[in-house]
Design a protein around this ligand. Sequence first.
Ligand SMILES: Cc1ncc(COP(=O)(O)O)c(C=O)c1O
Length: 394
Amino acid sequence: MFSERINRIQPSATLEMTAKAAELRKQGIDVLNLSVGEPDFNTPQNIIDAAKKAIDLGHTKYTPGAGILELKEAACYKLKRDNHLDYNPENIIVSCGGKHSLYNACQVLFEKGDEVIIFKPYWVSFPDFVSVTGATPVFVNTIAKKQYEPDFSDLKNKITSKTKAIIINSPSNPTGGVWSDQAILETLEIANKNDLWVFSDECYEQLVYDGDFKSIATFQNEKEKILTFQSCSKTYSMTGWRIGYTAGNIELIKAMSKLQGQSTSCPNSIAQYAAVEALSGDQSTVSSMSNIFNKRRELIVNGLNSIEGIKCEKPNGAFYVFPDIKSFIGKKFNGKVINSSSDFSLQLLKDKYVVTVSGDAFGSADNIRFSYATSEQIIQKMLQRLKEFCFAIK
Ligand SMILES: Cc1ncc(COP(=O)(O)O)c(C=O)c1O
């Protein structure tokens, strides 16, 4: 009945877990939700005020399809201020969140017969963005101990004459890994040699804890085939406002704008004015949120590593940890065999009311993802429950 296209994609596993948590909470259960992919802070007041002002001023109508000029200019200003990148408004398209930007770019560039490199573990949506176009996602291994940088021999092996692009996401969801300069340079060299498009999903760029973030497009002068995707969602705790933007090649930005004009018309007008304030106004909340996340990172990584059987790398960015729970697979909890990370995650939910996302959803069968975008108190409670759960696995 439905198109072949829609059968090619899966529902979002992370959104499914969020829905499960909400269901249990409705029943009055003390659920600890560590599956959330958004900051637990309010949107900063200056941004909220800018939105209210936009309403009062009557900015409540359709805007140009690719976004208002003020916001494109604010994005250029931000890219220069924070990332040392020079772009003009013609290089920018504003979309309904980073997810929409990435979706649009895949639609514009990929089709049946193309192959697109995705590093594993990957953000849940990347394979589906590629598959829905008819192109084939090709997965490349990474090295957990090295912040999930590429396994370069695997990368070289996976490139064929059909490879059209590489999708990079550093800092990464689900691992929190941040690639070194060396890893980025090596990846770009391979991309250039094979004339590939490079997608750099930088939605967690402001959440890097040890050292500074460097945008991938700053690594070379020639950036015609590099697309930089950023978003207001995580940086300004604006996930529900749905504003993301892409910087890149003018012709590609025009093509994305054409598609957007025939799908959503334009991003929300009020949210766009709020985003101008987010990108160009007071930035103090960005570092205060990041400092809080950093403290929680210490707490959760140390706590997880203190539980026998769990191994957790210390990621350098985002607000996720991706511990290895392989030692429990094949063992029993309450007489039931845990066959996969999905079983582990579901049992943990059923027995201890702790919500996580299993690694299977991210292409990694031995891990589960915890988001630490939640209070220290909840992290501590979760660690206690997890310890009891793991202790009971025999
Ligand atoms: C890696 C990654 N990219 C993009 C997004 C999209 O975020 P948004 O559409 O809210 O900008 C997310 C959200 O979870 C993400 O984790």
